[in-house]
Structures are given as C-alpha cells and as structure tokens.
Write a protein of this length. Structure first.
Length: 183
C-alpha cells in the first residue's frame, strides 16, 4: 500500500502538483475509538426492534456492535460526539494549506474472497471527519487484486474534491499507462 501512495505522489509531483507529507492533528488520531461509540450507539437505535427480536441471526460483527452499544450510556455517546467535533475542527485547519490529502483507502489490496468484514481504519477516520473521499483503484497488489489510493477533501468541499480527484485520475492514468498498474 505504501508503495502505491509513494508512486502516486511522485507521479503527481512530476506533473506539477505540490506534494508534501502532512501530519494529522493529534485530536484526529486520538478520536479513533469514538467512532465505534458513535456507530454502535446509532446502529443499535436504528436496529432496535430487529436486535430485540433477531439478534441471534445477525452477522457476528453486527451482533458485536449491538452488544457493545448496550454497554454505553447516553453521556458516553454525547462525549464521543464532542470529541469528534473537536477533531473535525482541528482537521479543518489542515485544509487551509492543502486542497486534498492522498491516503490509503484500506490496509493492503482487496480480499481475494470475502470471508468477513476487514477493519478499514482509513475510511473510518474520514467518515468520522465528514470529509468527502474518492478511491481510485489504479494499482494491482501481489495477489492480482485492486489496490487503490484515496483522495480526501475538506468537509463541505465535495465538488472541489471530485474535480481534484478527476485531475489526479487523468494524470495518473496518463503516467501509468496500463491500469491496473503493478508495483
């Protein structure tokens, strides 16, 4: 995955895009566990009747979320929302200097077989931050499965993020030639 990000960054820099490493604010990094609180709490509320009557038929990962939500209090849910709001405000300042961020969409290439839900911490953080994302599956991993890069824009900057992602896609496709490109 790192090789795909580095290759894309190099090709974009060669095409004239300003590229530099960005360190996420600590508030964003430390907010990670709050997302489980938020999604578990809200998911349990949405699926309340189904969970009450059919929890035994839920997939294990969904059952775990419901069971976790049952351990939470409303105060804990509200605290998670406050922490996430502070993280969003902190991240917004990074977009004062950058149009988009280039990140991995997941850890490694796509699965050869779907055997469950693999954690996707990169997508989780951007969902938490309310940022628009576009994944470009331009590369191929060691198992011949897609390996993408993700373009992340500022909150409420959907149109600009899509425009930047379209330029990045065109630029990388022209530089790479064959898609998916091997690493």
């Amino acid at each position: 995955m790192q090789a795909a990000i580095e290759r894309a960054a190099t090709l974009l820099a060669e095409a004239g895009a300003p590229v530099e490493d960005v360190v996420l604010p600590n508030e964003v990094i430390e907010a990670g566990p709050q997302f489980d609180v938020l999604t578990s709490w809200e998911g349990a509320r949405v699926l309340e009747r189904e969970a009450r009557d059919h929890l035994d038929s839920f997939k294990p990962w969904n059952r775990e979320k419901i069971e976790f939500a049952r351990t939470l209090t409303e105060d804990r849910y509200l605290e998670a929302n406050r922490i996430l709001a502070a993280a969003r405000a902190s991240l917004a300042t990074r977009f004062d200097a950058f149009d988009v961020l280039l990140t991995p969409p997941r850890i490694g290439e796509a699965l050869v077989r779907i055997e469950g839900v693999r954690p996707s911490p990169f997508n989780a953080v951007w969902t938490q931050m309310y940022t628009p994302c576009v994944t470009l599956p331009l590369f191929e991993g060691p198992n011949g499965m897609p390996l993408g890069i993700q373009i992340v824009g500022a909150e409420h900057a959907d149109d600009a993020t899509l425009a930047n992602a379209a330029w990045i896609d065109r630029t990388l496709r022209a530089a790479l030639g064959t898609i998916p490109a091997g690493l």
